[in-house]
Ligand binder design. Structure first.
Ligand SMILES: [Zn+2]
Length: 585
């Protein structure tokens, strides 16, 4: 960070993490740490932990965690420098001049420029909407019955019917290259120069969870296709990890204990206008496992409200399965035929809609009813089709108890034989594999299962996080080959880096060093928030144990290769070397 030397450290020492957090979250002392209800996800029993030495917080429910700066960043939705300055002011540390001192790295620089550009574009489009160039878009949106305040709140805008409106407006401040990288302009084919991507469209800025504009959705005004055109993925925008409306929905979601998932920008706008704020929409893409994880950070319960046409219902079913895999509870809103959230809220109002939300059936019940309508289980073939329509979803329910609880309902609705149904379910469970889960999860890349933490690994991390006396010695000894295959490799790599730069490794330093790697940051807070076990081996012993395990693993791999193929001198030599090394440990 480009604050002057020592400033961040000074703020960290001065800012009392328990005091800062307890102002927002009621905390109770439990042993050596503090516990409360997590402010970052909905929960009824406390899994949110705060510790003052080392100063960290961690939620065992949603995995969020970090130091006092991270808490302020997440809670107040501000950047690191802003969090550091606000804490400094609160705890009486002199704030240095920031001008010219904050020098982000190249990635962060690109992100920041793109964010600044997106913000400028949103301002330009919004200005258009309320002046002459936006007449058509304005008439369209007001014609659909939206209030001016709502359109201003969602920052709706208008892209003119021109090739270079945005290009011309931003040219002075941003390079065409930056505009191209941000997906706002396209390159002219066969000629030099660029032109606007969005033309003659009503625009809807897509904000990230902290409320920054990262992309646009744009609806055509002249019937040209596609009806909705979206920004491409950029340095700041990933479709599979962005939900429209999330920054507005956060607060209400906490109170309502649910999030309503809709399809369109204007569905969300209508709900906001009606005062139903716990709503989000996918940005013109199928729900992915990434979306599921994102939703899970804010809630345990998702209510689906998709369009009632064939495509909408299909999307609802796929979304249900993705959310089930994420372990979320899912319900499906049922609206009268012909209605979508927009038309229903407009016609019947918020109260009627809330009642529909409150009475939304469990998604499994909804699916059972749909399957019964579609497969007509009056005939033997119909019965089989009915059960086959349900099994793929049923097997995704993680809890065996819950799964079993649906059987009587399915048996009753389909007029099935109960014993046969149970047998079919058992068979389906046996063939359930990770492959089908990935298929349904759509475009999200399959995430490799993370290896579990080894005992020696966990202990070493705990000693590092708590700044144990002999940790330095261990860091001097450990090397890349010892930890490269471990789950905590990025953390240990960062720790080694700090050690080599002569920085004393403690939770705060580690956390800051892996700040951009969410998985690692959460791992650090998870370990640091727990008390250090009373009986500990030496840190050096942990390193030796890790090395031992790595070598044994390599040895087993070599043996496998040797067993499979013809004699290979090179492999044999390596094998003997590893044996010698193991013996010398
Ligand atoms: Zn949590």
């Amino acid at each position: 960070m480009a604050f002057p030397d020592g400033f961040v450290e000074e703020v960290r020492r001065a800012a009392d993490i328990v005091r800062v957090i307890s102002e927002h979250v009621p905390l109770k002392k439990m042993g050596t740490s503090w516990k409360g209800l997590c402010p970052f996800h909905q929960e009824k029993t406390p899994s949110f932990n705060v510790r003052s030495e080392p100063a960290v917080f961690h939620c065992f429910g949603c995995g969020e965690g970090g130091d006092v700066f991270k808490f302020v960043m997440l809670h107040e939705r501000v950047s690191f420098p802003e969090a550091a300055e606000s804490l400094a002011r609160r705890f009486g540390v002199a704030v240095p001049e920031r001008q010219g001192r904050f020098e982000p790295g190249p990635d962060r620089k690109e992100r920041e420029e793109t964010l600044a550009l997106m913000e400028a574009a949103a301002e330009h489009f919004a200005r258009n909407l309320w002046t002459a160039p936006g007449t058509r878009a304005r008439e369209y949106l007001l014609g659909r019955g939206f209030k001016k305040e709502t359109l201003e709140r969602i920052r709706a805008g208008a892209a003119r019917d021109a090739w270079d409106d945005l290009l011309g407006a931003l040219r002075g401040r941003f390079s065409p290259k930056a505009l191209l990288a941000a997906g706002l302009v396209l390159e002219r084919q066969g000629k030099d120069g660029h032109y606007d991507r969005f033309r003659n469209r009503a625009t809807f800025p897509i904000l990230n969870e902290s409320g920054k504009v990262v992309a646009f959705g744009a609806r055509s005004l002249d019937g040209s296709e596609p009806k909705y055109l979206n920004s491409p993925e950029t340095a700041v925008y990933q479709k599979s990890r962005t939900l429209y409306g999330l920054s507005w929905a956060r607060e209400a979601t906490r109170h309502a204990g649910r999030i309503v998932l809709m399809e369109g920008y204007l569905d969300v706008a209508r709900a906001l206008e009606a005062g139903v704020e716990e709503v989000v929409a996918t940005c013109g893409t199928a729900l992915t496992a990434g979306h599921g994880r994102l939703l899970h950070r804010f809630t345990e319960r998702v209510v689906l409200n998709f369009d009632q046409d064939e495509a909408g219902q299909k999307a609802a079913r796929k979304s249900f399965e993705v959310l089930l895999d994420e372990g979320l509870r899912v319900q499906v809103v049922e609206l009268p035929p012909g209605h979508d959230p927009d038309t229903y809220l407009k016609a019947e109002g918020a109260e009627a809609y809330r009642t529909r939300l409150d009475e939304a059936p469990e998604a499994m019940e909804w699916l059972i009813r749909r399957a019964a309508e579609e497969t007509k289980p009056q005939t033997p073939a119909g019965k089989a089709a009915f059960l086959n329509a349900l099994l793929p979803t049923l097997v995704r329910i993680e809890s065996a108890v819950e799964r079993a609880a649906w059987i009587p309902r399915i048996v009753e609705r389909g007029g099935l034989d109960e014993a046969a149904t149970r047998q079919e379910l058992r068979r389906a469970l046996q063939t359930r594999g990770p492959v089908s889960v990935r298929e349904i999860a759509g475009s999200a890349p399959p995430t490799a299962p993370r290896p579990p933490l080894l005992t020696a690994e966990r202990l070493l991390l705990a000693m590092l996080a708590h700044g144990a006396e002999d940790a330095d010695e261990a860091l001097g000894e450990i090397s890349e080959t010892d930890f490269a295959s471990l789950r905590s490799a990025p953390v240990l790599r960062a720790a080694k880096g700090l050690y080599l730069r002569g920085v004393k490794v403690v939770a705060a330093e580690l956390s800051a060093a892996v700040e951009d790697d969410e998985e690692s940051r959460r791992l650090v807070s998870e370990i640091a928030v727990e008390a250090l076990p009373e009986k500990l081996p030496s840190a050096l012993d942990c390193v030796r144990e890790l090395r031992h395990q790595t070598l044994r693993k390599r040895l087993a791999e070599l043996q496998k290769k040797l067993d499979a193929g013809p004699a290979d001198d090179q492999l044999l030599k390596e094998k003997n070397e590893i044996r010698r090394e193991i013996a010398s440990l």
